[in-house]
Design a protein around this ligand. Structure first.
Ligand SMILES: [Zn+2]
Length: 455
């Protein structure tokens, strides 16, 4: 990505002549998929979800058409309606995660929790093991987190994200990608990320190759104030990502300190990837990267995946209106409280959904990130970098990317061809390096950050 060029001394960093990104074809599918996402379908989904009265995880299943069980049945049916029979392609797989939650603070008697999951299997044998998620919680709450009977339409939080899952499933089920796509609708989020925690732990236990989770939570209302400024902020969505992994393994923390790689977690590379996709595809809603795991005093399902060591980021609208979030539906002194369907802007939600879908298409059609990327430090020389080549047969080359240590985004890239080692006339002491793979169709992988090795 070269968008940030101009804010630093290019002469110092431009490296050898020809430090250019690969001249790749532009894939056509992301734009096609974005064009198929419809604001009016999203609008209907949000209205339907709000119509269940409450989707509180502890709500009763005794009233016909109301409560979380009715919402879950509708979600399952709507995912199943996305099924397309494509000769030679594995079928969309819709299933329920059903588990018994032991007692916790916001669920003192424990109970059953049900996630709704739709899996679109990948079409390339070498890539199908890799899984890319879009996640959203479908439960809701009113003011009192334990109140399981009052109306809790949860339009923005989080019928909006749930509608995005359904619409992405509708469009992508007809066009399976090389890697596997998972649409995950969780319950128990408002009781402590319970559905996501169970699913992420299960994926870890089963050894699933979860490469990225795009969690959409509050993505329908761009109008509230942001940083004291009044909206609308219809052009932007925040993308939160952790820096230092929440669950570092072994010597990882010491390694992070040695490399000064505190802003180069896999989650952060995914956040940068979202920003790059937005630039490549010129999406109408642009991401604003926020380099922290989530907002103050708040959390979301992506954190449950981070805790299991998976890369995961959170999409959330720019501003927050606390008269709407987690509020009973009421009117006081002319102020309408509650998370009402009327506050969701379907065009904005469509913009966020398109950004998610374009990111998914790029991620799931690209080669995997190169493995074992490292700067060779045995000798005092400029930057020699090595990596392992990717197994996907359509991989056609690699780009080395780099940035100043103070830059938030990759500033330069150089196409080095289909090799596993490159030497650049750029001081390894002054920049961060990474490597990404590309394929013959023009899809680029996320960047693998370069560690260091004495070899
Ligand atoms: Zn939420």
């Amino acid at each position: 990505m070269r968008a940030a060029a101009g804010v630093f001394c290019a002469a110092v960093l431009s490296g050898p002549a020809g430090a250019q990104p690969a001249a790749l074809p532009k894939p056509e599918l992301p734009a096609k998929v974005m064009a198929e996402i419809k604001a009016d379908v999203l609008r209907k989904h949000v209205d339907t979800l709000c119509g269940f009265g409450t989707r509180h995880t502890l709500s009763s299943d005794k009233v016909f058409g109301k409560g979380i069980a009715a919402a879950r049945d509708w979600l399952q049916r709507t995912f199943e309606d996305c099924q397309r029979s494509i000769p030679g392609q594995p079928l969309l797989n819709v299933y329920l995660d059903v588990f018994e939650q032991p007692p916790v603070e916001r669920m003192p008697n424990g109970g059953q929790i049900v996630n709704v999951v739709a899996v679109i299997p990948g079409t390339m044998p070498e890539a199908a093991e890799r899984r890319y998620y879009v996640a959203a919680h479908y439960d809701s709450i009113p003011t009192d987190k334990m109140d399981n009977t009052s109306d809790a339409p949860g339009a923005n939080d989080n019928a909006s994200g749930t509608a995005a899952l359904l619409e992405i499933c509708r469009v992508l089920a007809a066009r399976p990608l090389e890697s596997t796509v998972v649409l995950l609708a969780t319950a128990g989020e408002e009781q402590g990320l319970l559905g996501a925690r169970w699913h992420a732990a299960d994926a870890k236990e089963k050894g699933r190759d979860v490469r990225a989770v795009l969690n959409n939570d509050i993505v329908g209302d761009p109008s509230p104030a942001f940083n004291g400024e009044k909206g609308p902020h219809a052009g932007f969505v925040r993308v939160f990502s952790e820096g230092i992994p929440s669950n570092p393994r072994g010597l990882q923390l010491a390694e992070i300190r040695r490399l000064a790689s505190e802003s180069d977690s896999p989650s952060r590379q995914i956040a940068r990837y979202v920003a790059e996709v937005a630039a490549w595809e010129n999406t109408r809603v642009k991401p604003m990267m926020v380099f922290r795991p989530d907002r103050f005093l708040r959390g979301g399902d992506h954190l449950a995946f981070n805790d299991q060591g998976f890369a995961a980021v959170r999409f959330t609208a720019m501003g927050e209106d606390y008269t709407r979030q987690h509020q009973d539906v009421k009117e006081v002194d002319g102020v309408k409280y509650g998370d009402r369907a009327e506050y969701v802007d379907a065009e904005y939600l469509a913009g966020v959904t398109r950004l998610n879908a374009a990111t998914l298409v790029h991620l799931a059609n690209a080669p995997r990130e190169p493995a074992a990327v490292r700067i060779v430090t045995a000798k005092l020389e400029a930057g020699t970098i090595r990596w392992e080549k990717c197994p996907e047969p359509d991989t056609s080359g690699y780009e080395v990317v780099w940035r100043e240590t103070t830059s938030p985004v990759w500033q330069h890239s150089k196409d080095v061809g289909n090799v596993a080692e490159a030497r650049l006339e750029v001081s390894k002491d002054n920049v961060y390096f990474g490597v990404r793979a590309y394929d013959k169709d023009g899809y680029r992988s996320p960047v693998s950050f370069a560690g260091a090795a004495v070899e």
